[in-house]
Design a binder for this molecule. Structure first.
Ligand code: BES
Ligand code: ZN
Ligand code: ZN
Length: 497
C-alpha cells in the first residue's frame, strides 16, 4: 500500500520545500506565523493586506520566498474561526496534499493548521491532519501503464512547539492507519469486476486476518446449498465466477469486551441478472461491492489498532449475471434462517445475499450490535443524493449513536423509518417474503426486507451507501470515485462502543 510518511518535528525551519500555514478570514497571524513572516521578508502579511486573498474556507495561495530556510509557502484559507471543526481541518489538509501533488513536491512541512480554533486535544488534531492529508492525496493508478504509484508518496512533517509526546506520535500513527484503511477500501472499489472478484475479496480478507490474528473462514459456492445458504446460492448461480461467503473474527484479549457484528454486500458486478439493467452506465455496477470494501477497510484498521472490542464480519460476495443457469423472476429461494423468498426482480439481489449473511451472523454469533453496509437501492440517491447515507434500524438509541458517529467522522447518516406498514409490504402471497415492495419507498423496503433475517434481538442498523460510496464530484478530501464511506464512521463507533 502507498503509505504516506508523516512525522512530527520541533526544530526550527530549514530547507523547507513547501511550508503550509492556515489563516482564518479575520487574517490574524499567530505568534509563530508572525515569526515565520519576518523570516520570509513579510510576504505573508503582504498577501493578507491585499484584498485578493480573502482566506475563505478551502482556498489557498502559493507564495515564493527568497529566504534560505523556506522555498515556498502555501497559505490555506480556513474561513470563519468560530466553528472550525476537525472536518474542516481534514478538508484543508486534503487541499494541501492535492497542491503538493500538482507542484510535484515530495516534502511538505506544515504547522498545526487552525489549532487555536479547534477545541479538541492536540492528539485528535494531529490524527485528523494525517487523515485529511493522506486521503486528499489519494489516486489510483494501478492500470495506467508507465505511471508509478510510488511517485505519489509525499512526506509530511508537522511542526510541534516544545516536547514531542509519545501520545502525539501514537495519534499520528492512528491517523495514518485509519487513512490507509480508507484507501484500501477505495482501492478495492476502484479495481474492475474482472479483478476484484469474490475470490479477490476472500484473498484480501485472509491477508487482513493474518495481519490482525483473526480467524478467517471462506465458504465456497459449492457448499452453499448443503449449508443452508440458499439465498446467496440463488443469486450466484448465473455466474461462472465462484461466489464466497467470507467470515472474519477478531477477538480482543479483554474478557469483558462487547462484540460488534458487521455485514457487507459484496456484489463484484451487478448486471441485474435476468431483470437486466439498461446498458448505459452499467460499468458503474462494479461498485456494488462497496459494502464489502467498507467492511474490509474497517477490519484492516482493526488489525492495526487492536481495539478492545470483538468484531465479527460477514461478507456475501457474488456476481449477479444473466445466463441459462441464472435465477429467474418467480423463483423461490430458501435463506439460512429457513425463510422462503419469492424473487420478483433479480436486480434486487443485494438484499437476497444479505438475507443469508444477516441470518448467518445472528444465528452463529452472540452480538451486542450489528451494522450492515450495502449499495442497496438507487432510490437512496433520489432521497439523499451523494451527501448522506440512509440508516434504519431496530433500536433508536443505537441508531442515535450511529448518527453521532456520522457527525464526528463526516460520514453523514440520515435516518429513515422502518414502520410496521413497510414491513407488512414484504409479505409474499406464495412464499414468506418477496424481494421487492409494491408501494414505493424503495430504500425503506430494502431495510424492511433485511429485518426479516436478523435472527436475534441484537440492535441492528442497515446503512444504504448507494449514494455516498461513489462520488462524481470532487471534494477536498475525497477525489472523484470511491469514497471509502463508513470506515471512519465505524471506527468512531468502536471508540465509543
Ligand atoms: N446495486 C443496485 C442498487 C443501485 C442502483 C445502486 C443504481 C446505485 C445505482 C441494486 O442491486 C439494485 O439494482 N436495486 C434495485 C432494486 C429494485 C429492483 C427494487 C434498484 O434500486 O433499482
Ligand atoms: Zn441489483
Ligand atoms: Zn446490487
Amino acid at each position: 500500500m502507498k503509505t504516506n510518511k508523516i512525522n512530527l518535528k520541533n526544530t526550527s525551519l530549514e530547507n523547507v520545500e513547501l511550508l503550509v500555514l492556515g489563516v482564518f478570514d479575520d487574517k490574524k497571524l499567530s505568534i509563530a506565523q508572525k515569526k515565520t513572516d519576518s523570516i520570509v521578508g513579510h510576504i505573508i502579511s503582504n498577501l493578507l493586506e491585499k484584498n485578493e486573498f480573502k482566506a475563505k474556507r478551502n482556498t489557498s495561495h502559493l507564495l515564493y520566498s527568497n529566504a534560505l530556510e523556506v522555498q515556498r509557502i502555501l497559505v490555506i484559507g480556513l474561513g470563519k474561526r468560530k466553528g472550525f471543526s476537525l472536518h474542516n481541518l481534514r478538508e484543508a489538509m486534503g487541499i494541501v496534499a492535492k497542491k503538493a501533488d500538482a507542484l510535484k513536491i515530495k516534502n511538505v512541512t506544515a504547522e498545526i493548521v487552525g489549532k487555536p480554533a479547534i477545541r479538541k486535544p492536540i492528539e485528535s488534531v494531529l490524527e485528523n491532519m494525517a487523515i485529511g492529508f493522506s486521503l486528499g492525496g489519494y489516486k489510483f493508478l494501478d492500470y495506467k501503464t508507465g505511471e508509478n504509484n510510488d511517485d505519489l508518496k509525499i512526506n509530511l512533517e508537522i511542526l510541534v512547539e516544545g516536547h514531542i509526546y509519545v501520545a502525539q506520535k501514537r495519534a499520528l500513527e492512528k491517523g495514518i492507519s485509519v487513512a490507509d484503511s480508507v484507501r484500501l477500501s477505495r482501492d478495492l472499489a476502484n479495481h474492475p469486476g474482472n479483478v476484484a472478484t469474490p475470490t479477490y475479496l476472500a484473498k484480501t480478507a485472509r491477508e487482513i486476518g493474518k495481519l490482525g490474528g483473526m480467524n478467517v473462514t471462506v465458504i465456497d459456492k459449492k457448499d452453499f446449498k448443503k449449508m443452508g445458504l440458499g439465498a446467496i446460492a440463488g443469486v450466484a448461480q448465473g455466474s461462472d465466477e465462484t461466489a464466497k461467503m467470507i467470515i472474519m473474527e477478531y477477538k480482543t484479549e479483554k474478557k469483558t469486551a462487547k462484540t460488534l457484528g458487521l455485514v457487507g454486500k459484496g456484489l463484484t458486478f451487478d448486471s441485474g441478472g435476468i431483470s437486466l439493467k439498461p446498458g448505459a452506465k452499467m460499468d458503474q455496477m462494479k461498485f456494488d461491492m462497496c459494502g464489502s470494501a467498507t467492511v474490509l477497510g474497517i477490519m484492516n484498521a482493526v488489525a492495526h489498532l487492536n481495539p478492545e472490542v470483538n468484531v465479527i464480519a460477514v461478507i456475501g460476495a457474488a456476481e449477479n449475471m444473466p445466463s441459462g443457469k441464472a435465477y429467474k423472476p418467480g423463483d423461490i429461494l430458501k435463506a439460512y434462517n429457513g425463510k422462503t423468498i419469492e424473487v420478483l426482480n433479480t436486480d434486487a439481489e443485494g438484499r437476497i445475499v444479505l438475507a443469508d449473511a444477516l441470518s448467518y451472523i445472528t444465528k452463529n454469533f452472540h452480538l451486542d450490535a450489528l451494522v450492515d453496509f450495502a449499495t442497496l437501492t438507487g432510490a437512496v440517491i433520489s432521497c439523499l443524493g451523494h451527501e448522506a447515507a440512509a440508516v434504519m434500524g431496530t433500536e433508536s438509541s443505537f441508531v442515535k449513536r450511529l448518527l453521532k458517529s456520522g457527525e464526528n467522522s463526516g460520514d453523514r447518516l440520515w435516518e429513515l423509518p422502518l414502520w410496521d406498514d413497510f414491513c407488512e409490504d414484504t409479505k409474499s402471497k406464495i412464499a414468506d417474503v418477496k424481494n421487492i415492495g409494491s408501494r414505493g419507498a424503495g430504500t425503506i423496503m430494502g431495510g424492511a426486507f433485511l429485518k426479516e433475517f436478523v435472527e436475534s434481538d441484537v440492535p441492528w442498523a442497515h446503512i444504504d451507501i448507494a449514494g455516498v460510496a461513489w462520488d462524481s464530484k470532487e471534494k477536498p478530501h475525497i477525489p472523484k470515485g470511491p469514497s471509502g464511506f463508513g470506515v471512519r464512521l465505524i471506527l468512531d463507533l468502536i471508540d465509543n462502543f
